[in-house]
Design a protein around this ligand. Structure first.
Ligand SMILES: [Zn+2]
Length: 331
């Protein structure tokens, strides 16, 4: 763990060796990304590379300090020592650097973690709902990160459907980036080495979790309320999917069943995700306020606007009529 090639390569199984070869020096490292460490004696947890405090490794949270640290590949235990019965941290390999404030911030963060104790460190695998490590789970992670156009899966037709929708081009481009998890959400900014203040990495809607595509668009409690309101508005009773492509296809299938025109099948889904993204940007960049009701109203208005671009079905429809029976005007 932690980029130390030698030891793991000598003693690991051939599966382990291959995984490390794939992932060495990669930010899409499935072992580093999906493993959560619980520190006991600290000998088997990489200080900078492992996720042992929160959802990110310290290398991601403090990229500048990691870059200049002389102690990049050491364990948690090697970063400090016991004195007078208490644990104290060293200088993290940053002695003589210009990071005085940063070192204090780092010291506060790790100092708040559970104290060191006897026994080996524990590690758990977390990938979506998989809590046990398996090659299949690891492969699934690599598939998502590296091969968006690789082997087909059941929801791949979403890409083709997206480009045929009658919505402005920039909305299609937005949808495409969302499908591929390429929107600049805060987790991805951190992974790309863009430092963000620690208090500014959370979801703009609930502030309870790190902002990630799946959280902020699909599983955030606030956002779920919005999806459910729109679902009940259009009559989609039991919305189940909370993965991007599966969700798109779920809404697509529902509208198809309701005989909605082919070029309008994804309009409402795109209106939801687009409005969420706009509100998120307004909160992040302008500190704007928001409310669930406002967002829901905006989504309906946006869906209405896009529904009447291209082939207009009923020119006399106004927003009030559209809100009463959206399916009538989409089909
Ligand atoms: Zn949230």
């Amino acid at each position: 763990m932690g980029g130390e090639k030698g030891a793991a390569h000598r003693s690991g199984s051939f599966w382990w060796r291959d995984l490390l070869n794939i992932t060495h020096n990669s930010f899409d490292d499935p072992i580093g990304e999906c493993s959560r460490f619980s520190v006991n004696n600290g000998f088997n947890t990489s200080f900078w590379h492992a996720k042992w405090i929160g959802d990110f490794s310290l290398r991601i949270l403090f990229p500048d300090m990691y870059e200049v640290s002389n102690l990049k590949h050491v364990s948690v235990a090697a970063m400090g020592g016991w004195s007078d019965g208490g644990w104290s941290w060293g200088d993290f390999g940053l002695a003589g650097s210009d990071f005085t404030d940063g070192v204090e911030e780092l010291r506060d963060l790790v100092g708040g973690a559970e104290g060191m104790s006897e026994g080996r460190d524990d590690v758990e695998w977390h990938y979506k709902d998989d809590m046990d490590f398996s090659v299949a789970s690891c492969y699934s992670f690599l598939m998502k990160s590296h091969i968006p156009f690789g082997p087909p899966n059941k929801d791949d037709e979403a890409f083709g459907i997206l480009w045929k929708l009658e919505v402005p081009f920039k909305i299609k481009a937005f949808g495409w980036r969302l499908f591929l998890n390429r929107l600049p959400t805060k987790d991805l900014l951190l992974l790309r080495g863009i430092p963000l203040p620690l208090d500014n990495i959370f979801c703009s809607f609930c502030s309870n979790d790190i902002e990630k595509c799946r959280h902020t668009f699909f599983i955030c409690d606030v956002v779920k309320k919005i999806w459910n309101e729109i679902a009940s508005w259009v009559g989609l009773g039991n919305r189940m999917e909370d993965e991007c492509l599966s969700s798109f296809m779920e809404w697509h299938s529902f509208f198809k069943l309701k005989k909605v025109k082919r070029c309008k099948l994804g309009v409402v889904w795109l209106a939801i995700t687009w409005c969420l993204w706009i509100v998120r940007n307004d909160v992040c960049f302008r500190n704007d306020g928001w409310s669930v009701n406002n967002i829901v109203w905006n989504i309906k208005f946006t869906a209405c606007r896009w529904s009447f671009c291209g082939n207009i079905t009923d020119t006399n429809c106004n927003f009030y009529d559209f809100c009463k029976d959206p399916l009538c005007f989409l089909s």
